[in-house]
Structures are given as C-alpha cells and as structure tokens.
Design a binder for this molecule. Structure first.
Ligand SMILES: [Zn+2]
Length: 433
C-alpha cells in the first residue's frame, strides 16, 4: 500500500530538486485536510526513513543516487545522508526556486494595496496563466507522468485568497464577486477591479439637440453641448469611479425630444471603489434642466440584456410641413393608409454609413392626424419599436413604403419629432409602490 506513491515521489526527487510545497503539490489529490507543504514533508520523511534503513544496514548502496536524492530533497533526507556520506549541498527548488512562501506573502501585501480604498464584501483571486513557474511545473509533471497534481496557480489562488479573507473579513465568491484580483507570478503585479454596478432608471429629454452618448467631432470636441451620458456621468464621484456608461432601450434622434415617462436606461458604474447605492443621493446629482434622468433601483446583467433586446412600441408626435398643402380628407387618407399597416423599410439613407442596409417590417399600430394650417399637420403615431418615423413621413425616396409621402403623393417634410411615450411593462416608481 502506498508504495507506488512513494516510488513516484522518490523518482521525482531523483530528477528534480523540489521544496516541500512543490513536491506535495504533485500529489495534491492524495490525502485530506493536508497542506501541500505537509504532504511534501511527509513524503520526504518517509523517503528519509527508508534511506536511513538502507544506509544503517551496512549493505552496499548506490551512493550516487542517495546523494542526488539528498541534494534534491533536502530536509530529513539530507540530514540522514549527510551523516553517512558527507556534505550535502541542497539545491533550490526547480519549480519555485524556494520562493513560493515569500511570493505568496508579497502577493498578499500587493493585494492589500490594490484593495485599499475599495468597498467590498466578497472577492475572487485569479492568477494569470502562462508564468515561467507553470512552464517548469508542466515539464516536471509531464516528464514524471504524474496525474495527481494541483497547479501552482491554484495553490497561490487559494493561499492568497485565504489570507486576504482573514485580513479583510471578506468572503470568497466565484460568481459576481465584488472585487476580482488578478495576480501575476512572474512580475508579482496585482490588478484589482471592482464589479460594475447597474442602475435602472429612465430618461426624459425636454430639449432638442441632445445626444444620448457624447458625440465627438473629429477634433475631439463635443458636437452637442448636452448628452444623457453627460448627465449620468455626474454620479461618478459618488462611487469613486472614473467611468460611467449608459445603455438604453433604443435611441431617438438627436433633434427629437424624449417625453412622457421617458426611455428605460441602465447606468453602468465601472470599477467603483464605493459600492453603496443611495438612490436619493444619485437622483440629486442627476437633476438637470434639459435631461431628466431618474434612477429607480439597481439592476442585474440579465436586466441589462433584456433592456437592450426590448422592442417596445412607442408613440411619436411629428409635425409635418406639406409645401403643396393638405386637406382634412388628405389627413383622413393618411390615417387610414397607415393604421394597422405593415411598413416595409430599408435602412434610412442618412444612417447607411453606420448601419447595414437591411429591410425591416414594422407595424403602425395607430395613426391620428390634426391639421394645423394649410401646410402644417400634427401626426400622432403609435408603432412597433425599430421603425424610423422620419422616413415613415418622407418615404426616404421610396425606401420606406407606405409613407405619408406615398399616401399623399406629394412632398412632405418633418419639422419636429418627439417621442411621447415609451410603451411597455417597465413600471414607474409609483406603480411599483
Ligand atoms: Zn518549490
């Protein structure tokens, strides 16, 4: 029993100098509740005992092999061999150079530095792949045909993680930890990143020429003076973070207002040092004259994906200008020609540079018109998400059909466009009560 294990350990030390930890790690699958150092030391002790037995028996021995074993194994083996065969100059561990303890200690110190100032309850430690330690470990396990080993990455992860938990009072968490630490064994660098926070809310744009994201011109200046993103960024100091991103359920044109209860939005707080979410403090910072962002709660990644997939209907108000004029009957014809109709729409020419040319089908659910003057009318259109309403009016040179243009048979221009309502299952805070 166990002689196979001992033979393998014997063979390992004949070929490579290994410290207790690195020897023990080769046999990590054997034994319970043991550290790798304890495992390695136990194997070396057993080997030392059998070496002692041979040497003390007075029989002829292969002193070359025993010396090699002592030089590579050190510790109790070297103690025995030194007594019988003379001086033994113990070599440094082939895999870790005998530095694994100090490496772990140094990584713990660096990790604490990287964690300084961060709020977290849970953390996960990872070790970058591809270190020189791993390469040497791979050489040893492959040449000795060992299949019971644990990687040095795993041992360092576990040991550093255990000490950090003790020192910081945090708990380990494999899924969505508050902080992820990535260690590099060769450079001893530690990178920390805090998990993003997602805040769910809505935004209303009461002004025009406000972009959703910052819109940069070629020389790096903003094309528009305000953006929804710009307002959302104001919460950065609250979370002690550098970057704030926004994700919205679609986007209206820059010159369109977004009214009603607003458009659903998720604000992503990237790498926040502070994680406490105080909704009231957030909303105080978000207060703005032209862009009203209100946060209701935190959100999960799943909710973010759901938001991005949402294809909710919207209600638009569009003021049109017809140079040749239009009558009440004309408007009735437009209402009848749009309501309940499946519109065929190719990607609008104005965005062809950014988006692929595809043909989409979207239904107009309701259409109501009101004549304002001989040349002006207001249309209120409820349609499925993803329909470009400006092109539904102008026809975009036939790329959208039917259109107000095709129904009237004359040129129609869009003067103003507003999104009156983002219809959907997203409740307002009052309704959530
Ligand atoms: Zn070692």
């Amino acid at each position: 029993m166990g002689s196979e294990l001992l033979d393998k350990a014997f063979n390992a030390l004949l070929n490579y100098p290994l410290c207790d930890r690195c020897l023990g790690r080769l046999f990590a699958k054997h034994g319970l509740e043991l550290s790798n150092a304890e495992r390695g030391r136990a194997l070396k002790t057993l080997i030392a005992m059998s070496v002692h037995k041979v040497l003390s028996s007075g029989e002829e021995v292969d002193s070359g092999s025993l010396l090699r074993l002592a030089i590579n194994g050190g510790g109790p083996i070297a103690d025995v061999v030194r007594r019988y065969l003379g001086e033994v100059d113990v070599r440094k561990c082939f895999i870790c150079g005998g530095n694994l303890d100090s490496i772990i200690s140094e990584l713990v110190v660096k990790a604490l530095e990287a964690l300084a100032g961060r709020e977290f309850k849970s953390l996960l430690v990872g070790v970058e792949k591809g270190s020189s330690y791993e390469a040497r470990e791979g050489e040893v396990t492959a040449s000795l045909n060992i299949d019971s080993w644990e990687s040095i990455r795993r041992e360092v992860k576990r040991e550093v993680g255990k000490r950090l938990q003790l020192l910081t009072g945090s708990v380990p968490k494999f899924r969505n930890p508050d902080v992820l630490l990535v260690l590099n064994l060769d450079t001893l660098e530690v990178r920390a990143s805090s998990a993003q926070l997602f805040l769910r809310g809505r935004y209303v744009k009461v002004g025009r020429f406000i972009s959703q994201r910052w819109w940069y011109l070629r020389d790096g200046v903003y094309r528009y003076r305000a953006s929804v993103e710009g307002v959302a960024e104001r919460v950065a100091p609250l979370f002690k973070c550098r970057d704030v991103l926004i994700h919205a359920a679609g986007r209206e044109d820059v010159d369109a207002r977004m009214l009603g209860d607003g458009r659903p939005l998720v604000i992503e707080i990237v790498n926040p040092f502070r994680r406490e979410v105080d909704i009231e403090a957030i909303n105080n910072l978000l207060r703005d004259e032209w862009v009203r962002v209100v946060v209701h709660s935190t959100a999960s990644v799943e909710e973010l994906h759901e938001l991005k997939r949402s294809r909710n209907p919207k209600i638009y108000r569009v003021v049109i200008y017809v140079p040749e004029g239009l009558t009440e009957e004309d408007l009735k014809g437009v209402e009848a020609g749009l309501e309940g109709v499946e519109v065929l729409q190719r990607t609008p020419r104005r965005i062809l540079r950014r988006k692929k040319d595809v043909l989409r089908e979207r239904r107009v659910l309701q259409a109501r018109g009101k004549r304002l003057s001989e040349h002006l009318a207001e249309l209120v259109i409820k349609c499925e998400g993803g329909l470009y309403v400006k092109e539904l009016v102008t026809g975009d040179e036939g790329r959208t059909y039917p259109s107000v243009n095709s129904l009237l048979g004359r040129e129609v221009k869009v003067l103003f466009l507003d999104v009156l309502e983002f219809c959907g299952q997203h409740l307002t805070p009052e309704e959530e009560g």
